[in-house]
Design a protein around this ligand. Structure first.
Ligand code: ADP
Ligand code: F6P
Length: 324
């Protein structure tokens, strides 16, 4: 394995608040060790187009408190082909980049895995609001997204109470229910629908709403994960079954933007620095994780083989805290 001289960094897939803190940490840690850093714009799409810039400290000052990613992000089908990956590895070699840090979700990890197989040293950072990566209990952006959603739901709760309504609130998460689960507990919602628990009983939810109304509750919040979707239809069905005026709100992309929380800044910075350290130690095909209260790293192949499940105890707590 050759000496690390130039590290490339890119962000890929859905953006997430905290990605900028990770980029900043990569740049500052690498420069402090005398390593050059190049930023690759627009994920793997920009890599294939040779959109590569030199990074210095000035470019990363003042970025930590900003949402989004200064390197932009993209999804790129061409990079999913062996030809695209070979071309990407060649572009990296042509630009003198021997090592690459990829910040993204598990789709992006597969790209890093492919490049490692082609001789580029790669380390991936879990960057997604969805918390849907099996090897880690934390992903960059989840904390900010949940706080944004909780804040929005608090506001909806105000108007829902004034009108004595029921509100269905759909949160992001792709096929994972973690954002929904956290919002459910944090907002004291009456019910939750998540893809991991598809065997959900709608009649049970109707009864919970009616019982809570009998006990004097004047509004009801139901958190629906995007992986279940169909919030407007659900609102119509619940209104018909309960006789309570019901509205649906899809929170959408608001959850992906905004100032990163302190937790996202600190964890993303730690992961960025850790990634550089791993590369300097000769590692490749690794993913950084936060597991059982510690920062650690896994082989990407091993990480991709793991299956993410919902935290059963947390789910139980969310059920217990619903009034019946
Ligand atoms: P995320 O990284 O958030 O999971 P995607 O699944 O959309 O988001 O993946 C982001 C990008 O990673 C894709 O657009 C593609 O360029 C790359 N990618 C995804 N899957 C693969 C794969 N099997 N091989 C190589 N690259 C991939
Ligand atoms: O992965 C993050 C995420 O925001 C998911 O929650 C959502 O399903 C998806 O990205 C939306 O992606 P796009 O930006 O392509 O619409």
């Amino acid at each position: 394995m050759g000496e690390v001289k130039t590290i490339g960094v890119l962000t890929s897939g859905g953006d997430a608040p905290g990605m900028n803190a990770a980029i900043r940490a990569v740049v500052m840690t690498a420069l402090a060790s005398g390593i050059e850093v190049k930023g690759i714009m627009r994920g793997y799409a920009g890599l294939l187009n040779g959109e590569i810039i030199d990074m210095d400290e000035k470019m990363v000052s003042e970025i930590m408190r900003k949402g989004g990613t200064i390197l932009y992000t993209a999804r790129c089908k061409e990079f999913m082909t062996p030809e695209g990956q070979e071309k990407g590895a060649q572009v990296l070699r042509d630009n003198g980049i021997d090592s690459l840090i990829v910040i993204g979700g598990d789709g992006s990890f597969k790209g890093a895995q492919a490049l490692s197989n082609l001789g580029i040293n790669t380390v991936a950072l879990p960057g997604t609001i969805d918390l849907d990566i099996a090897c880690t209990d934390y992903t960059i952006g989840f904390d900010t997204a949940v706080n944004t959603a909780v804040d929005a739901i608090d506001k909806i709760q105000d108007t829902s109470t004034s009108h004595e309504r029921c509100s269905i609130i759909e949160v992001m998460g792709r096929n994972a229910g973690y954002i929904a689960l956290w919002c459910n507990i944090a907002n004291g919602a009456d019910g939750i629908l998540i893809p991991e628990k598809e065997e959900f009983d709608e009649q049970d939810l109707v009864e919970t709403i009616l019982n809570n109304r009998k006990k004097g509750k004047t509004h009801h919040i139901i958190i629906n994960a995007e992986g279940i979707g169909e919030s407007n239809r659900l609102a119509k069905r619940l209104e018909a079954a309960t006789g309570i005026e019901t509205r649906a709100t899809i929170l959408g992309y608001i959850q992906r933007g905004g100032r990163p929380t302190a937790k996202d800044r600190v964890y993303a910075s730690t992961m960025g620095a850790y990634a550089v350290d791993l590369l300097l130690g000769g590692a490749t095909n690794r993913v950084i994780a936060y597991k059982s209260g510690q920062f650690t790293d896994y082989d990407i192949n091993e990480a991709l083989a793991m299956k993410k499940t919902i935290d059963e105890y947390q789910f139980l707590v969310s059920r217990m805290l619903v009034q019946h």
